[in-house]
Design a protein around this ligand. Sequence first.
Ligand code: ADP
Ligand code: MG
Length: 686
Amino acid sequence: MNEQSAISCLKGIGEKTEKLFQKLDIYTIGDLLRHFPRGYEVYEEATPIAEIEDGKTATITGAIYGKVQVSGRANMQVTTIYVKDVTGTLRAVWFRMPFLRNTFQKGGVITLRGKVVRRKGTLLMEQPEIFYPSASYEEKLHTLQPNYNLTAGITNNAVIKAMKQAISYLDLSQDFLPEDIRFRYYLAEYNSAMQGIHFPIDKEEFYAARERLVFEEFLVFILALRQMKEKNKKSRNIFLFESIDPVNRFIQKLPYKLTGAQEKVWEEIKADLNGKHVMSRLIQGDVGSGKTIIALLSLLMAASNGYQGTLMAPTEVLAKQHFESICELLEEYQIPFCVELLTGSLTAKEKRMAYERIESGQAQIIVGTHALIQEKVNYHSLALVVTDEQHRFGVKQREKLAEKGNTPHILVMSATPIPRTLAIILYGDLDISVIDELPANRLPIKNCVVDIDYRKTAYQFMKKQIQEGRQCYVICPMIEESENLEAENVIDYAKTLQEEMGDSIAVAHLHGKMKQVEKDDIMQRFGKQEIQVLVSTTVIEVGINVPNATVMMIENAERFGLAQLHQLRGRVGRGKYQSYCIFMSASKSKETKERLSILNKSNDGFFIASEDLKLRGPGDLFGIRQSGILDFKLGDVFQDAKLLQRASEAAEYLLLEDEKLEKPNHQNLREHLQKYVQEGMLETTL
Ligand code: ADP
Ligand code: MG
């Protein structure tokens, strides 16, 4: 048995469980090993009862005080005990476990570990893990237990059991990090890294393991990026962009003046379009900085010169929104270009007709999702491809287009707030333009960080805004374990909120599990103000533009990364109205308050992300979510900025010494890299 073996080779994994694991993209033992924990339970020393906090996991030790009580209905019996230490007493309850009555003895010393919750004003533990007699906790003390992403039907314990076996089949020959690199950068060995990431004995072991794995993740990413750059050595620009008047007239007619930063970027693009080589440019600009209009100007430029231009968005909702706003603008300014929408959810007939119009050249501006680069699409004269919101246009796609006889200009738009030094590493193959200025008419968003007691007041406030004609978003409490639960949660929340808001206000919900047509329908109705409150998961975070929405309320704000919160906040404050962002947090902890208050102080995405990093400190990684910038499995661009830099240096060194990675000691790396590129990992990360 080795890392390539199917997981069904492991003890305890039958056909049924194997299918479940496959849902998590785990097919082989190697896949399983790379299913890294999303956090760890830390078995800390017991906390004095007087010091436990609502919403936090704690361990307490004390004597069972008074009688063990069992109450409730036959099928829902509640067992209650009181545990007392020198600082106080805490109630603990278990459901459907009446047999505990015979286990516990009055006066016995017990240790409990679990989440502390507040019910009717008092703190208690529900269903805590039991260590009785108390001494049995010693074994666990100071150990770390991994928490994995799961799917319905697979428990954390099942993954742990499988993982322990998988680790014993670790195959050192699968290590693709060359030894010279490992020595040069003092990185842990493969087997100890795997052991240390899944079952660290202490935090030190975890850090060493993580460092090594993040390093190799970055290294492969950077090497793949280099390959892409090599392949795409800038092609000659075969297009002519002579006609510019229609675009200038359009700019004149806009209801606002372009900001200085927009002007500057527009000049850069124009120069590129008429340059010797085709453009590959990244536009970085914070949320709301006005990237879309720059994209549109570029598309108009293509159309005015007799070419086709496409705008590709990461989601159908966003594609549709772009399509509609472009159509509106063109109609308003009487620009007779033909705009086409192409997404996966069109009917077969609609698609066929769209393909025809694209092939004949009748369609001049084509907006859509990845459907735009499907094989069946043949362009008449494609000269420009714009991608919105981080969806990088990967090597494969470029090759596909090249096969169709085109090497179009490429423009990538991103709101990812990363500093220039990192951007150069991460987007090495692109020129970078920055829109570092917000439109002047914007009122700064008013923020507040509040606890859940404020919820009712927040609802009242939303009602008032709605009466004034505005709209609101509510981001629902986050559930990490499963997308299904998250969906249920959104539905329940929306129901409760509807009751709260009354019949005259329309509340709707949105989550990732909904069908595309349903999502579109909701977004469309929200855009037309038929819906006043949209309760959603974070699916709403990218790109949505409804300038009439003025309130963004985020439940469980403490569970999100600040960069993500900033993106969410960017959905409001997009028009002329004063906008508000309410960060609701159930946590009473001081650090959480401090972290969230950074959002209060600044609206600058980059500042926020770097402050977040400072505050967390590089050491404190347990259970904290990643900043969500670029989709690395383990690494985080901010948190691990130094490692990223070192990996970039290592890539340089490797290629200098062995440009094609042909040496025997680089063979594993070369093969892994090939697989990485083939599987489209580069594209999904970017
Ligand atoms: P993002 O950069 O987040 O994609 P958008 O392009 O969606 O931002 O722009 C947000 C809003 O700002 C839109 O409603 C757009 O019409 C408006 N806008 C863009 N540029 C300007 C400007 N120079 N002055 C005023 N409003 C602008
Ligand atoms: Mg946008």
